[in-house]
Design a protein around this ligand. Structure first.
Ligand SMILES: [Zn+2]
Length: 603
């Protein structure tokens, strides 16, 4: 069987399945004049350098900078969405390249602004804001910026650091060039016995195969290639860690972790309680792994057996129209206003639905303050696609409510809170499907989706976070980061996480060498905290109490008008305490119990 389908060209996609970008600019000509206007505006903002000497001029400066960002984003979004809908279209490739350089131009034109604000003594700045009503809107912005006092260096030193940005990024670039471009993987067999060229993308598919030999073949072939480069990859990762530690040190942070977390205003306790709580609940992961082994009927279970759906190949299918209906039903608990805007997303062409030649893969929610919160999908009719739809809708509704309730300066939200809105929607869908689907096979599939999501997000990302923290601490203590040191730690960490139910395959000791997230600087823990927080929030929403739902909507409306932890606390989850983590593990355990019972029945 061949699954080489001919994809439609962009022109062949019916307009009802395309997003409507004329709501941003009616024509490319309109885009061109907006583009020129941004260039002019950038030049004028650059000239404001050195003028922030009194309240009035500070107001002029801050307004000018935000107005420039706002106009830039509009052209940026148009260029990048046009390119994503068909990356083989030369006109839009060029447009996308141009908006990227315009972005760089704007960054340069505004680079003076924040250091100059931070040079104003705190007492003087507070006085300026108190005396000028126009500046009061920016109070929260100035407060957050002010937290960098003591961590921003002199203008000359900042200039030296900024000029070395490419050099600091070199090892991450080398990692991605090596792994994306230069590494070639062998040919392996897929489910149908066809020879396929292995890539990371193909690996992702094959590791989920229902045939053990296909999974094993892909796993061994992939790691065989990486293992030949483990010393090179240790060197790129170690250099990246040194960059994080160096930057933190010269900016007077205690550690790279403190530097990264304070950028989001998140205290260290959030990270530490996550690691502690996950470790306290590893027995649940071990139970899940044992159950997986039992249901799959394996004598020994290997690391390559952890991604195949336990329930076999999914059979559930939805048309896009049926999925819209399901999404509306599942999200109805969020109230009529929420579903009204979801309906708007469907009716007013916010979503680019189907795949076409050259379209960017995957899914995302995008747009900016003055546009619709567009969604890119590559719809394929399975349950996974329905989950993707409600996930991205969660992001888009978050954006919608924020942009319609906050001024531009607070019209976005931090990464720390972003995944909470999308995961809450996924949880609401899971609850809805479990409440309405009677077919035990479908229920088992839904539960499997949840359990695997939890394993991949809460357990696996925390495992990553522990490794990341270890290598940063080792380097800070002057210990060398060699491939052998890192593999030794990683392999034993992996054994601790998965327990005795899984064979400790030697290849997995090297898994660290292929994970791009380790180059991001304390990013992964937020996937785990976000997933756990969403469990509490969806639980609160499903009580049906009006004040809980409205507290949740207030979070969606808050944008960056307050610190992320304050916003979440008002929504109903205190992320400085461990209660929300306990609650997440309780839900995981309940679903694990239900899955266990169901799988007995399905035998
Ligand atoms: Zn997301």
């Amino acid at each position: 069987m061949s699954d080489v389908q001919q994809l439609p060209t962009r022109n062949e996609v019916p307009t009802e399945y395309q997003w409507d970008l004329t709501t941003i600019f009616k024509t490319d000509e309109e885009f061109e004049s907006a583009f020129k206007a941004v260039q002019g505006e950038a030049a004028r903002v650059a000239e404001l350098k050195g003028t922030l000497t009194n309240a009035e001029q500070l107001l002029t400066g801050v307004k000018a900078v935000f107005s420039l960002y706002r106009h830039l984003e509009r052209v940026y979004v148009y260029g990048s969405l046009k390119n994503d809908q068909d990356t083989s279209n030369a006109t839009y490739q060029a447009m996308n390249a141009r908006v990227s350089s315009l972005d760089a131009e704007v960054q340069t034109a505004t680079a003076w602004f924040e250091p100059e604000v931070l040079q104003i003594a705190k007492a003087d700045l507070d006085l300026m804001i108190a005396q000028n009503p126009g500046l009061q809107l920016y109070q929260q912005f100035f407060d957050e910026l002010g937290e960098q006092r003591g961590h921003v260096l002199s203008p000359d030193q900042e200039k030296l650091l900024a000029g070395a940005a490419d050099i600091f990024g070199a090892s991450a670039t080398t990692f991605s060039v090596l792994t994306d471009a230069d590494l070639t993987f062998p040919v392996v067999q897929d489910d149908e016995g066809n020879d396929v060229q292995l890539t990371e993308g193909v690996y992702e598919r094959l590791i989920q195969s229902v045939k053990p030999e296909v999974r094993e073949g892909a796993f061994k072939a992939l790691y065989r290639v990486y293992s030949q480069f483990r010393h090179t990859l240790a060197s790129t990762l170690a250099s990246q860690v040194k960059v994080h530690n160096y930057s933190a040190k010269v900016r007077h942070y205690e550690s790279a972790r403190q530097a990264a977390m304070s950028a989001n205003h998140v205290p260290a306790t959030v990270y530490e309680s996550l690691v502690r709580s996950v470790n306290d609940h590893l027995d649940l992961l071990h139970r899940y792994v044992d159950l997986r082994k039992q249901i799959l009927g394996l004598d020994t279970m290997h690391m390559w057996d952890l991604y195949t759906p336990i329930t076999g190949k999914p059979t559930l299918k939805f048309t896009y129209e049926e999925a819209q209906q399901k999404a509306l039903e599942a999200l109805a608990v969020l109230g009529p206003d929420y579903t009204h805007h979801v309906q708007e997303a469907f009716d007013q062409s916010w979503i680019d639905v189907v795949e076409n030649k050259g379209k960017r893969s995957g899914a995302y929610s995008g747009g900016m303050y003055d546009t619709n919160p567009f969604i890119l999908l590559n719809w394929n009719q399975g349950l996974e696609s329905l989950y993707t739809l409600v996930h991205e809708m969660g992001h888009s509704m978050h954006s919608y409510y924020t942009r319609h309730n906050q001024p531009y300066v607070y019209g976005d939200y931090s990464i720390f809170v972003a995944e909470i809105a999308s995961t809450t929607n996924e949880n609401l869908l899971t609850e809805h499907l479990l409440a309405t689907e009677k077919d035990p096979k479908v229920r088992a599939y839904v539960l499997n989706h949840y359990l695997d999501g939890f394993k991949g997000t809460v357990f696996r990302q925390t495992q990553f976070a522990e490794f990341e923290d270890y290598i940063h601490r080792q380097d800070a203590a002057g210990q060398p980061l060699t491939a052998d040191n890192m593999s030794d730690f990683y392999g034993h960490l992996n054994e601790r996480y998965y327990g005795d139910g899984v064979v400790s395959d030697p290849q997995i000791f090297d898994e660290w060498d292929r994970i791009p997230h380790f180059y991001y600087d304390y990013y992964v823990y937020q996937y785990a905290t976000g997933f756990a927080a969403a469990t509490t929030l969806s639980g609160e929403i499903l009580t049906g109490q009006a004040e809980k739902v409205s507290a949740y909507l207030d979070y969606l409306k808050a944008g960056s008008s307050d610190l992320p932890l304050n916003v979440m606390k008002r929504a109903g989850v205190d992320m400085t305490q461990t209660g929300y983590l306990d609650k997440a593990f309780e839900t995981f355990e309940n679903r694990l119990n239900e899955f266990e019972t169901l799988s007995q029945q399905l035998k």
